[in-house]
Design a protein around this ligand. Sequence first.
Ligand code: F6R
Length: 615
Amino acid sequence: MCGIVGYVGPLRADEVVLEGLRRLEYRGYDSAGIAVVSDGTLACVKKAGKLINLESALAQESLPSAHTGIGHTRWATHGAPNDRNAHPHLTQENSIAVVHNGIIENFARLRHELEEAGYEFASETDTEVVAHLLDSIYDPALGLAEAMRQACRRLDGAFTLVAIHANEPGVVVGARRNSPLVVGRGEGENFLGSDVAAFIGYTRNAIEMGQDQVVELHPDSIEVTNFDGSIAPINEYYVSWDAEAAEKGGFEHFMLKEIAEQPQAVSDTLLGRINDEGSLVLDEMRLSDDELRSIDKIVLIACGTAYHAGMIAKYAIEHWTRIPCEIELASEFRYRDPILTRDTLVIAISQSGETMDTLMALRHAREQGARVLAVCNVNGSTIPRESDAVVYTHAGPEIAVASTKAFLTQVVAVHLVALYLAQVRGTKWGDEIRHHIDQLASMPSKIESLLETMEPVRELAKSLVDAQAVLFIGRHVGYPVALEGALKLKELAYMHAEGFAAGELKHGPIALLEQGLPVVAIVPSPQGRSVLHDKVISNIQEVRARGARMIIIAEEGDSEVVPFADVLITIPAVPTLMQPILAAVPLQVFACALATAKGFDVDQPRNLAKSVTVE
Ligand code: F6R
């Protein structure tokens, strides 16, 4: 979702800001713009469409050499994605430029008030309200930061705002409520970004911005205050990844790179989880053993792919701990008045740590007294900051909009949480827990060998370039994998794709089947829980009997499925609960290859944003 960059320092601001915007492209956007201040004047260029359009506009109408600037990539909420609605928004006299991420909920009332006072609006955005509001408040004696604090006190909703003023070259002011903003501390230069990717090429020293805070940047100083003007403490941290980690590293797309990084990401997520005594340790688990023992219900909340990881978590947690577990879409959670007590543990799963639906759901849970554990990939992001405990997935930066390595590491992390609960509550013996950890530890090499066998999957994808639809079926943990396979195909290849619980097919969706329709079945391991295996085989027969083209994902050596497969994709043998970590991989490769064959942008699919920071 919208990307924001701010810069003040000795370099050419437009160049630094443009580079930051490029690094934030992955968040998803539909227009972009830059404003700089030099010699008491503001200059701005903005364009609908991708950054290439902005770059061509800058080539024709270059910005002056300035050392203070802001930039924005916009994902439209209020107003169409055109030049007029693109950010930055300027005041009538070009004195202030503002960029914004989020939604100003009381914008209509403020706009009416400002129009009454004589302000004329040039766009349909809620952001422009902030530019005029700042102008109406601005007092040269008090400065832009004070105007920002006063303006923010009048705004409802979620927002990150960054502004510059023609009278204040050498100053960039940012504000944050419920929307991401990070400060980058450089030497004689400072940065603002929606996330650290914006400035990672310049500095790895970052400062977390707290809720309801304003930051004032000069080349040599950073001051953070609360909206009421009081000084706020500065929480500085070092970013563990570098600019290279955010580059494509020789791959054609970030998504391909991130799929290939999965063995490492899983391995990093498992690193250091066993102590000298052989027990499972989760360092960031700030809940005491007593608190964990008192839990009588677990509710998992998440969105999209993270929700599918949550569905898998429910099977693992209930199986290993016997604690009743629910899984709910974060966007639905707080609107149904959920029953939560002190003894409910809410697990919020989010790659970005900024998804607004998940954030609002976790806040609701905490207000009701529940304890919240975050499973998150981005250090210092809002969701883990506002949770009682956190388990980080160590997937590294995920740039492609479609989640891949974050999903696998989320599944690994929730398995770790389930086993940790089993350890603390004594529902599994230590050696059983270690056995499961050993199985998890074998995943990176299994994913690696699986990735080497993906050529037939890519060929299959190319052969389906004209297919109208693809269905996915699975049972037990294979069901969320089926949903994930369908989601990947929808978002990347813009195809009709549906995932079903295999047993549910005969209750309606089977009517969709016709001659040649591709149906992907995820077959559970034939070992141990063979009833499940046999049931899926029966469902496959039902599908084949109606002429569907059967694509089967099954364990190596599962000879029973061979006669029913038009295409057979094999994955290494693992216990059923861990199978999603492998079964999801060919589905990622399949969706990526099919979208590429159709000529679509797999890293930035249309209409989508990497981090969805509005509800
Ligand atoms: C799909 C995808 C999304 C995200 C969802 C939640 O490939 O990436 O469905 O999983 O928007 O995002 P996070 O995990 O950042 O909360």
